[in-house]
Design a protein around this ligand. Structure first.
Ligand SMILES: *[C@@H]1O[C@H](CO)[C@@H](O)[C@H](O)[C@H]1NC(C)=O
Ligand SMILES: *[C@@H]1O[C@H](CO)[C@@H](O)[C@H](O)[C@H]1NC(C)=O
Length: 261
């Protein structure tokens, strides 16, 4: 993620790595952008605008509607890096989201959301497995955060893990309850950089589990010691909310919270 300053437009580079063994936000060597080509379609609201030889998708939120897109390709595992520029807001709640979601009644989802929250921004992540969500973690945003992993969700036989269903990429921009008509239209920009996903068929996730995919290899099952340090320090300094410590919502510590490092 990259962000240049509190008063400039926010620019985030976001990564999700979905392994058959572990999911985490990952730092990426950012070389080149993949073009959207035909790999997206409008799901609701205003149609996405494709800019600059199809590398950038712009979504619009105005007084009529927000906007959302979904990929045509389905993924079974992978590493997804997205450069996101959230709309500039002064005193509003505009929600810009990038997420991977399965298409079934048992919803699996890995989600990044940028909340325009007055002059500040919050980065929220959520994980939904088999329709069970409310695993939010939120960070106050700092300056250069691109290289910092912010969430690890370990695979463990006793904990549900989102590796049972194929998923589509999604993006959207929405009215999150307070929007300022004078600031409209809001534009959220999505540049796909390094989408290293295993494209598959709806029901064929097994083919995405092998070590021929770099993100499945053992050396990527854990954070490096450098990444781990950054991860711990970001949580210490910038964490705004963690469902793992929310005893009102979860009187008992959720199982996955005990082994999250
Ligand atoms: C289009 O993309 C190129 C290469 O990334 C960049 O140098 C250029 O500034 C972009 N143009 C616009 C209008 O965004
Ligand atoms: C934004 O959402 C809020 C809460 O749902 C609603 O009261 C308001 O009218 C919406 N604003 C616009 C411009 O759609």
């Amino acid at each position: 993620m990259k962000m240049s300053g509190p008063h400039e437009k926010i620019l985030l580079l976001i990564g999700i790595m979905v392994l058959t063994v572990a999911a985490r936000a990952i730092d990426e060597d950012l070389t080149g952008f993949v073009t959207w080509g035909h790999n997206y379609y409008k799901t609701w609201g205003h149609p996405a605008l494709v800019i600059n030889e199809t590398s950038e998708l712009d979504l619009t939120l105005d007084h009529k509607s927000g906007s959302g897109f979904e990929s045509n390709s389905i993924y079974g595992s992978g590493s997804f890096s997205m450069k996101i520029k959230a709309p500039q807001t002064k005193s509003t709640r505009v929600v810009t989201s990038f997420y991977l979601r399965s298409k079934s009644s048992r919803n699996d989802q890995l989600c990044f959301q940028i909340f325009g929250n007055g002059p500040a921004y919050l980065l929220n992540t959520n994980i939904i497995i088999n329709g069970e969500g409310a695993k939010d973690q939120r960070f106050r945003l700092w300056f250069y955060v691109d290289d910092t992993p912010i969430r690890v969700y370990k695979k463990n036989p006793s904990i549900p893990y989102p590796s049972g269903q194929t998923m589509f990429m999604h993006g959207s921009v929405k009215n999150g309850s307070i929007v300022d008509p004078n600031e409209m239209p809001y534009t959220a920009k999505f540049q796909a950089s390094t989408i290293d996903g295993c494209v598959t068929d709806f029901l064929d996730i097994e083919k995405c589990f092998g070590p021929q995919f770099w993100w499945n290899r053992k050396e990527n099952w854990q954070l490096s010691s450098r990444e781990r340090k950054m991860y711990m320090s970001a949580r210490k300094v910038y964490m705004d909310y963690d469902y793992c410590s929310d005893r009102k919502l979860y009187p008992k510590v959720p199982k996955e919270c005990k082994s999250r490092n």
